[in-house]
Write a protein that binds this ligand. Structure first.
Ligand code: SAM
Ligand code: DTB
Ligand code: SF4
Length: 336
């Protein structure tokens, strides 16, 4: 099967999504085994470096200032605490550290300089560093790349049609622009979405069509099951059926055969058997550690036990080699 198609139609993706379940899993597993080392799972650790008080109105998010949730609001952490946390995550088996900030966008100020120092500090540990800080300009993306940032996460969240039902304070176009800046700066692109927000199947297909038809497939695609947090507009959403998660992951795997597909938020509500089906259907990454950004996640040890039972192994850092941004960073360090 061709691994780099960028001309998927909605009808084709829908036909994949609606394949009888066991056949779909079989097909996705076949694609996964053909294109990837299927026993390897990338383990990322997630840390909220600036929590809550965000100006945006993302309907799913406990960190938006306008909703009354009980998140523990805090300003930007210090570089040392963040690097220490990365060391602990590495010792526990994570190869990637992902830093999240409750910002609409990056601003050129001292906070950004501090994030650049965090990136340099974690990069020096030989871990892949990822940030998710909101919208970025071309220049800011280049600064992050120069600091050694390996990946940037910026989710499209849903289809362009459903997007306005969930977020009104920035546009789908804004998001695509940021992804373009990340790609141009030579970093790895991480972009996916959330299911369980009341969207239709066509919206799920629309999200995958946009991602799969980008000029280059995202290097990783997180698939989140909504964590319905009290106080947010989506607090009453029913839990996502595991079968929807399996279908979404399998379809992502089939339309983007080489992409790292991350079984992201919502694992605490899934059984080990449910997660096993997701891995079989092509998921090859998780967030590990007892906290996502603000909500709970399975403990590291429980996940390592699951890996042992399922015969999965954590993937080494920089398996795909250093990307363009990493090489540029090495040159900057070398010449200074
Ligand atoms: N503030 C930055 C931004 O929005 O780009 C970065 C952090 S934001 C929390 C990162 C992503 O987390 C969101 O785009 C969304 O996909 C995901 N997310 C946030 N809250 C979630 C929830 N309750 N359930 C599932 N995913 C969630
Ligand atoms: C992603 O797609 N999921 C992560 C990460 N990227 C930043 C965030 C999930 C957040 C879940 C809700 C919370 O813990 O606040
Ligand atoms: Fe702010 Fe990001 Fe949450 Fe939206 S998803 S409210 S931008 S922290």
């Amino acid at each position: 099967m061709q691994s780099n198609r960028h001309n998927w139609t909605s009808a084709e993706i829908k036909a994949v999504y609606e394949t009888p379940l066991l056949e779909l899993i079989h097909r996705a597993a076949t694609v996964h085994h053909e294109h990837n080392a299927a026993h390897e799972v990338q383990v990322s650790s997630l840390l909220s470096i600036k929590t809550g008080g965000c100006s945006e109105d993302c309907g799913y998010c406990p960190q938006a200032a306008r909703y009354h949730t009980d998140v523990n609001v805090h300003k930007l952490l210090q570089v040392e605490e963040v690097v220490d946390s990365a060391k602990q995550a590495k010792a526990a088996g994570a190869s990637r550290m992902c830093l999240g900030a409750a910002w609409r966008e990056v601003r050129d100020n001292r906070d950004f300089d501090r994030v650049l120092d965090m990136v340099k500090g974690i990069n020096a540990l030989d871990m892949e560093v990822c940030c998710t800080l909101g919208m970025l300009s071309e220049d800011q993306a280049q600064k992050l790349a120069n600091a050694g940032l390996y990946a940037y996460n910026h989710n499209l969240d849903t289809s362009s049609e459903y997007y306005n039902e969930i977020i009104t304070t920035r546009t789908y176009e804004d998001r695509l622009k940021t992804l373009g800046h990340v790609r141009k700066a030579g970093m790895t692109v991480c972009s996916g979405g959330i299911i369980g927000m009341g969207e239709s199947i066509d919206d799920r297909i629309g999200l995958l069509r946009t991602l799969a038809n980008l000029p280059v497939h995202p290097d990783s695609v997180p698939i989140n099951a909504l964590v319905a947090v009290e106080g947010t507009p989506l607090e009453e959403q029913p839990p996502v059926p595991i079968w929807d998660m399996v279908r979404m992951i399998a379809t992502t795997r089939i339309v983007m055969p080489k992409t790292v597909v991350r079984l992201s938020a919502g694992r605490l509500q899934m059984s080990m058997e449910g997660q096993a089906l997701c891995f079989m259907a092509g998921a090859n990454s998780i967030f590990a550690g007892d906290k996502l950004l603000t909500t709970p996640n399975p403990e590291f040890n429980a996940d390592m036990e699951m890996f042992q039972i399922l015969g999965l192994t954590p993937r080494q850092a920089f398996k795909e080699g250093k990307n363009k941004a990493q090489q540029q960073h090495a040159e900057v360090v070398h010449s200074s």
